[in-house]
Design a protein around this ligand. Structure first.
Ligand SMILES: *Cc1c(COP(=O)(O)O)cnc(C)c1O
Length: 373
C-alpha cells in the first residue's frame, strides 16, 4: 500500500529524465519512449523550443483570469482553425474537459440531449464523458450515469441508421479509436454519418484528443475523411506535455455559449497557451506534416516486413501492432525490460506512439527490440 490511490496499475519504472525520444530511469537505464506520455509529447522530451517558450512566458505572466481579454488565446485559436471550416475556439485543461464542453455545447445548441457514441470508444472519465465512452470497464460502480447516450457498434452502418433519428442531437466519435485498439472508421461509415447528420440535423463531434495536432500526419484526423465536424475536441498533443485542452467549432455554434454559460479557471492559462502556440507553429508546417507522413510510411513498411506475425494498423504515428489475441500486455512488459516503452490499446494491440520528432534510426532500433521479444 502507498499514499497514492491504486487507480493506475503503475509500472515499477521511475523515469527521471528525457530528451527527444529517449528517457532514463532513476537507475540510469535508457529507454526509447514510444508512448510519448500517451500521444502527448508531440515534440519529444525537453524540446528546446518549448523550454524557451515556457521560460519566456514564466518571466512575464503565469496566470490571468478569463475575466480579462487574451490576445494570446485569440492567436492560438486562430492558428488552430486556420484553413479549416471551423471558426471558434474555447480552451480548457484536458481531454475529458474538452469533451464535456463539446457535449454541453451540442446539447445547448440543439436543445436535444440524446447523443450517439460507439463501442470501444474512449472519451474520458468525468460523468458525461464516461457515459459517452463505449467501454463497460470504465463505468463499473459509478452509476447512475448521465443519460442519454446510446452506444452502437463502430463501423456498423445499419446499427447507426437504426438509432439515428430526429431525437438525436449529436454523434460523437474518434475517427481512429485510440484506447479501444487503433480502429479506423471506414469510408462507408463516415458517409453514413454524413447522411444521417444531414437528414436529421445531427451535429457531429469528432474527438481528436489523441488523433489531433499532426499525430496522424495531418493537422486533424478528420482531414483524412469526408467529415466536416461541427465540433472538434483536442488535448493530449496540443501542449506537447503542458496540460491544455480545447474545443473548436463551426461558425453557427458561436452564439450558443454566451457570457457566464461555461468556463474554467485555468483554461487557456498563459503558460499553456505559450507552449501550445509553439507546438502548433511547428507541427502545422507543411514540411513537418510531410515528415510525419514519411516516417509513418517507413515505420509501416518496416513493421510489416520485420514483424509479419502482427497486423499493422493506424495512421501517421498513431500505429498499432494487432496481435490477434489478448497478449498485448505481455509484449508491453517484455519491451520495457528490453528498453522500449510502448502501451496497449485494448487487449490485443501494441500501440506505438513515438514523439512526432522520432528518427528513422529510432524506429529501426524499436523494431529490432520488438523482433527479439
Ligand atoms: C485520452 C483521451 C481522452 C481523455 O483525455 P484526458 O486528458 O485524460 O481527460 C478523451 N478522448 C480520447 C480519444 C483520448 O485518447
Amino acid at each position: 500500500m502507498t499514499v497514492l490511490f491504486n487507480n493506475y496499475g503503475r509500472r515499477s519504472v521511475h523515469l527521471v529524465k528525457g530528451k527527444g525520444t529517449e528517457v532514463w530511469d532513476d537507475k540510469g537505464k535508457r529507454y526509447l519512449d514510444f508512448t510519448s506520455g500517451i500521444a502527448v509529447l508531440s515534440l519529444g522530451h525537453a524540446n528546446s523550443l518549448l523550454n524557451e517558450a515556457l521560460q519566456q512566458q514564466s518571466e512575464k505572466l503565469w496566470h490571468v483570469s478569463n475575466l480579462f481579454e487574451s490576445p494570446e488565446q485569440e492567436q492560438l485559436g486562430a492558428s488552430l482553425v486556420k484553413d479549416t471550416h471551423l471558426a471558434h475556439a474555447l480552451f480548457c485543461n484536458s481531454g475529458a474537459e474538452a469533451n464535456e464542453a463539446a457535449i454541453k455545447l451540442a446539447r445547448k445548441h440543439t436543445g436535444k440531449h440524446h447523443i450517439i457514441t460507439f463501442e470501444k470508444s474512449f472519451h474520458g472519465r468525468t460523468y458525461a464523458t464516461m457515459a459517452a465512452t463505449g467501454q463497460e470497464k470504465v463505468k463499473q460502480g459509478f452509476g447512475p450515469l448521465v443519460e442519454k447516450f446510446t452506444t452502437v457498434p463502430f463501423n456498423d452502418v445499419a446499427a447507426l441508421k437504426a438509432v439515428a433519428d430526429a431525437s438525436v442531437g449529436a454523434i460523437m466519435l474518434e475517427v481512429i479509436q485510440g484506447e479501444g485498439g487503433v480502429n479506423a472508421a471506414t469510408p462507408a461509415f463516415i458517409q453514413a454519418i454524413n447522411e444521417v447528420s444531414a437528414e436529421h440535423g445531427i451535429l457531429v463531434i469528432v474527438d481528436e484528443v489523441q488523433t489531433g495536432i499532426a499525430r496522424t500526419g495531418k493537422r486533424y484526423a478528420f482531414e483524412h475523411t469526408a467529415l466536416k465536424p461541427d465540433i472538434v475536441s483536442l488535448a493530449k498533443g496540443l501542449g506537447g506535455g503542458f496540460p491544455i485542452g480545447a474545443i473548436l467549432a463551426q461558425p453557427a455554434l458561436y452564439d450558443t455559449l454566451g457570457p457566464g454559460s461555461h468556463g474554467t479557471t485555468f483554461g487557456g492559462n498563459p503558460l499553456a497557451v505559450a507552449v501550445a502556440q509553439k507546438v502548433i507553429d511547428t507541427v502545422f508546417e507543411q514540411e513537418f506534416l510531410e515528415q510525419v507522413q514519411a516516417l509513418s510510411a517507413y515505420a509501416k513498411d518496416q513493421l510489416s516486413k520485420k514483424l509479419p506475425q502482427f497486423k499493422v494498423v493506424g495512421e501517421g504515428l498513431l500505429l498499432g501492432l494487432d496481435c490477434g489475441e489478448p497478449v498485448a500486455a505481455d509484449y508491453v512488459k517484455k519491451a520495457e525490460a528490453a528498453g522500449l516503452l510502448v502501451v496497449q490499446a485494448g487487449t490485443d494491440v501494441i500501440r506505438l506512439v513515438p514523439p512526432l520528432t522520432v528518427t528513422k534510426a529510432e524506429i529501426d532500433e524499436a523494431i529490432s527490440i520488438l523482433q527479439e521479444l
